[in-house]
Design a protein around this ligand. Structure first.
Ligand code: PLP
Length: 411
């Protein structure tokens, strides 16, 4: 890899915005409209020739300075030329797809993606605008190649799939995408800082800021990172999906999220440290645990090659306990008796979140598709939190495993 700065160094190198009165934090620009000092510049702002780079703002659904400040930090993190935020991860994803594809166009997408993304591509877009998608095993580069046709305008994958935690070979996908002149978009929600898809050759990165980046399960947000032209096109006053469909991020949300980014590296490293140790101990008990940091994981060597090593192997692991009933019993003990974590969908929270994937976040898949993707009925997904101490959390987890007959108490 080149001597390019890592994401944390890039973030530290971005221009700092001070508050209006010299505050260490910027002021929140809570305005839906902006004064234009020189009326002559209005046409240029409308045409997109003068924008936030030049300190020119128009209207709150277009660029906002506080949202732009957060976006600049996220562009630095991902190493993209430009970025802009949206009201949710789904708003960011749908804006990318709608900008890149017109009616009749085609997408090649990983067969294991976030449920909302799957519904967007499988149901919504064919119905509303005739954009079709072929879902393929994204680890099978030949299958990706075979799925491309003359109308393919986008290759889409998640950096690390949910809940199977398969890692996308972004460099190989990027080579293929470049050879066919099709942009590669990567959803990096599961692996912020750990994977840097743009450094690995991707063209567009999206995040749900609702997860690790927000870190508090209190906010919904999303971002698109990409070339300056692509991001500007999302804001086009006639055809830009962020401007026209209007999934605008609020400046107050942008401000709050911008204060979470400086400690994202510390949090990711700790999520990863805890998840690795818990995964190792579960494996030591002979349980069916899957975690990319374990050598037993199918994509361990791939992730070892692609990742930035300072932030661990991610905060998610899965444990297959055999049946949905057993997964539910274990989660009940963990939540209601051990205070180990919460039974809830989502991830990246400071406390541990647990869900049974087959009956929750992957429930829109058919039983056959779940089987093919390796999502068994007893698969419990865990987003490992960073509260309490590791030993305290392990004792709680071990007690719950013993109570449910999944392991025996040490003699
Ligand atoms: C949660 C999630 C999304 C959707 O994000 P929202 O902020 O809920 O709209 C997209 N992709 C992945 C991988 C997610 O986990």
């Amino acid at each position: 890899m080149s001597a390019r700065m890592n994401p944390v160094e890039r973030m530290a190198n971005t221009r700092h915005e001070f508050g209006e009165h010299g505050g260490v934090n910027m002021s929140i620009e809570a305005s839906s409209t902006f004064t234009v000092i020189d009326p002559e510049t209005m046409p240029e702002i409308f045409a997109g020739q003068k924008g936030p780079n030049a300190g020119c703002y128009l209207y709150g659904r277009h660029f906002n300075p506080t949202v732009y400040n957060l976006s600049r930090q996220l562009a630095a993190m991902e190493g993209s030329d430009f970025a802009y935020c949206a009201a949710s991860g789904m708003a960011a994803i749908s804006a990318v797809v709608m900008q890149q594809c017109n009616a009749g166009d085609h997408i090649v997408c990983s067969d294991t993606v976030y449920g909302g993304t799957y519904a967007l591509l499988k149901e919504f877009l064919p119905l509303k605008c005739g954009i079709s998608t072929s879902f393929v095993d994204i680890g099978d580069i030949d299958a990706v190649q075979r799925a491309i046709n003359e109308r393919t305008r986008l290759i889409y994958t998640e950096s690390c799939s949910n809940p199977t935690l398969r890692v996308a070979d972004v460099p190989a996908l990027a080579d293929l995408a470049k050879s066919r002149a099709i942009p590669l978009a990567v959803d990096n929600t599961f692996t912020p800082l750990i994977l840097n898809p743009i450094d690995l050759g991707a063209d567009i990165v999206v995040h749900s800021l609702t997860k690790f980046i927000g870190g508090g399960s209190d906010m919904i947000g999303g971002v698109v990172c990409g070339s300056s032209d692509f991001i500007q096109s999302l804001m086009d006053l006639h055809t830009g999906p962020l401007m026209i469909l209007g999934p605008t991020m609020d400046p107050v949300s942008a401000f709050q999220l911008s204060l979470r980014l400086p400690h994202l590296p510390v949090r990711m490293a700790e999520h990863g440290r805890r998840a690795l140790e818990i995964a190792r101990r579960l494996q030591g008990l002979g349980l069916k645990v899957s975690y990319p940091g374990l050598e037993s994981h199918t994509d361990h060597t791939l992730l070892a090659r692609l990742r930035c090593p300072d932030y661990g192997w991610g905060g998610l692991l899965t444990l297959d306990v055999g049946s949905e009933a057993m997964a539910n019993a274990l989660m009940r003990t963990l939540q209601n008796e051990q205070q180990f974590g919460y039974v809830a969908v989502s991830l990246g929270y400071f406390d541990t979140l647990m869900s049974c994937s087959g009956s929750s976040t992957s429930s829109e898949m058919t039983d056959d598709d779940k089987r093919k993707a390796g999502i068994s009925p007893g698969l419990l997904r865990m987003s490992v939190g960073i509260t309490g101490s590791l030993e305290q959390r392990w004792t709680q987890l071990e007690s719950a495993l013993i109570a449910n007959g999944l392991c025996v108490a040490a003699a």
